[in-house]
Design a protein around this ligand. Structure first.
Ligand code: ADQ
Length: 457
């Protein structure tokens, strides 16, 4: 059987994360690596004065990781620059925030070449290679230039933007053309897949074949829809763990009989946190009788702090939550509890379970795993209600949620009221539909679907 090599921007060695804190994706990919006895290659997250291509191998719990350190300039131009300041905002429809700088593009290309150069000698003829995400678009083509004839797949964890937006990126066509080095490209939704296909057909003159494959200049790729899931059995078990039960009890006690609405997100402008606070404020204004009956717990650990936009959003949200609390709080009640830190996943599971409403309202999101975690953590006999943005990839699968337009404060306010008033029978029936999807299309299903497509090429 072929080995599987996973390549991603960051690699977290299996033993390096404290128990309960490792993400579902890392766990799922590690499981795939154990099955196919391959290794996981990428950046260690560490800096070095001079890039040497030295690879640090580690083996833990049956998984081998191979990591490299990057120079400051690489990190600045490739990671903080092109990945986080150019592609991320553009692919989340925020061209107003996208920064187009030659230095970023150059650094991005250089690091992709460094990845290719370093990993190439480790690849054997039968190996299948699975590249993760937008940080590494040109990697497939750099590997081909170095004689790699293996099966190579790419999975995109974020949306694919509309053609007219992508056209604003300098040299977009060159970048997208490199994707034809891959054999399989996976997207979370049909919408992102179709946007990709529209771009390459209209802009590059690629041909959409009858079987759905796409050809350009003698190369054919298979574009598939392959929505990512969570490790559902693991998350359900975690929500019943002692730590989760403790955090659940603590939260219930601190609710003091009030209904809790919870939001859990990385602090990122794509997550729609400002709009969420404003929608909740609208609810407080329209329903003064409900004021002391609810509160919003927003957990938002800072991310990408070296990028200025992320410092700005932090300041903005502190101001906004302070203003709302100042306007509506009373001596015995505060409307928003805004917390800027991360929590272990088992603690989060207990918090989700204690919340009457999960408020997941990104403006644009590839999938959004928090929505699925919220569902998996619920008590089947008394579940909470998921309010979900139509613009999250997850909305395609999670039809039992109350779907809203996050830009409309009125819709958000109406949805909160609907969720608070929803009787138990409806909550259970909606939750069952949600849970059926979260169970059937979990992370193992996702991984198998992608790997099967790759192995079939
Ligand atoms: P992210 O943008 O990081 O991922 P998401 O899918 O919501 O977004 O996953 C976040 C993960 O981080 C969840 O597992 C969540 O539990 C965890 N997390 C969030 N806040 C936390 C906190 N305060 N403490 C601890 N853990 C926290 C990208 C794309 C998404 C896509 C995923 C997977 O942007 O659209 O769903 O990849 O493909």
């Amino acid at each position: 059987m072929s080995r599987l090599i996973i390549v991603s921007n960051r690699v977290q060695a299996p033993g390096s994360a404290p128990a309960g804190s490792q993400g579902g994706l890392a766990v799922a990919l590690a499981a795939a690596l154990r099955e196919y006895s391959g290794f996981w290659f990428g950046w260690s997250g560490e800096r070095t004065d001079q890039f040497t291509g030295h690879i640090n191998f580690q083996r833990d719990s049956g998984v081998t990781t191979a990591t490299i350190d990057l120079e400051d300039q690489d990190i600045e131009e490739y990671y903080n620059g092109y990945a986080n300041r150019t592609l991320w905002p553009l692919f989340h429809d925020r061209i107003d925030l996208a920064e187009y700088e030659r230095g970023f593009a150059g650094g991005y290309q250089r690091v992709n070449e460094r990845f290719a150069e370093t990993v190439r000698p480790l690849i054997e003829p039968d190996d299948a290679i699975w590249v993760q995400d937008y940080h590494l678009f040109p990697l497939g083509s750099e590997l081909r230039k170095r004689g790699c004839k293996n099966r190579i797949g790419l999975f995109l964890h974020i949306p694919w933007p509309a053609r007219r937006l992508l056209s604003s990126l300098p040299k977009a066509e060159d970048l997208v053309r490199t994707l034809f080095a891959y054999d399989v490209i996976g997207f979370h939704t049909d919408e992102w897949r179709e946007s990709f296909s529209e771009y390459v057909v209209q802009q590059l003159g690629a041909v959409l074949e009858a079987d759905g494959n796409i050809s350009l200049a003698g190369r054919t790729i298979k574009a598939i829809t392959c929505p990512i899931g969570i490790d559902t059995p693991e998350f359900v078990a975690m929500s019943r763990s002692i730590t989760a039960r403790l955090s659940h009890r603590q939260m219930r006690d601190s609710c003091n009989g009030r209904d809790m609405i919870v939001g859990v997100d990385r602090l990122d402008y794509s997550k729609g946190l400002e709009e969420r606070f404003l929608g909740y404020e609208r609810f407080l204004v329209e329903h003064p009788e409900e004021r002391k009956e609810v509160f919003l717990l927003q957990i938002a650990p800072p991310s990408r702090e070296s990028v200025e936009t992320y410092q700005q959003i932090r300041t903005d949200l502190e101001g906004l939550s302070g203003r709302i609390n100042g306007a509506y709080a009373d001596v015995d009640w505060v409307p928003i509890r805004y917390v800027n830190q991360g929590y272990p996943r088992d603690v989060l599971a207990g918090i989700y379970r204690a919340a009457r409403i999960g408020l997941v309202t990104p403006l644009r999101d590839g999938m959004n795993l928090v929505a699925k975690e919220y569902v998996a953590a619920q008590d089947p006999e008394d579940p909470g209600v998921l309010i979900l943005s139509r613009f999250a990839g997850a909305a395609v699968q999670l039809k039992g949620a109350v779907l809203i337009n996050p830009y409309s404060a009125e819709e958000m306010s109406d949805a909160i009221l609907l969720a608070l008033r929803m009787d138990k029978a409806e909550r259970i029936s909606r939750w069952r539909r949600l849970m059926d999807s979260v169970e059937a299309e979990d992370v193992v299903w996702w991984r198998q679907r992608f790997v099967d497509a790759l192995m079939a090429t």
